[in-house]
Design a protein. Sequence first.
Length: 165
Amino acid sequence: MPEWSKENTLKINGDTLDIALVPGEFATITRQWKAGDVIELDMPMHIKLIEGHERIEEVRNQVAVKRGPIVYCIESPDLPESASITDVYLPSKSKLSVQKQPSFLGGVTTIEGEILLRKDRGTGMYRDVSQPEFESISTQFVPYFAWSNRGEAEMSVFLPVIWQQ
């Protein structure tokens, strides 16, 4: 069973098996097999936020969006024209949803949700700290494997997170 999948179900000929399905370990089926037996393994692919190890300074206080084994990214074509990829923040409680798009990039599943765009860009290398100004927008995340297929663009996998109570 893949390490990422925690809620697997296994059926043979439509009957659920009562065996341990432990993530990261093999499932062993012992039985007398017959021609035509059908094995069905269901591995739900929930959307979740992941973080890097605390020693990876470049992604500290940032999260990535993952669905099953697939990591997603945000691309500049999915942002307003005036926005930069460095303006993007992800609210921790953003409602993220799966969108199957058969005609997009040859047929991929995207994730739609709310992001925050920082509107108060400062100038200079260092600035005094003040409360940031954000604008909420709906956009999509594309699978990392499919990025850079819509012309020249920037992308980011890990985004600064804004933790919400």
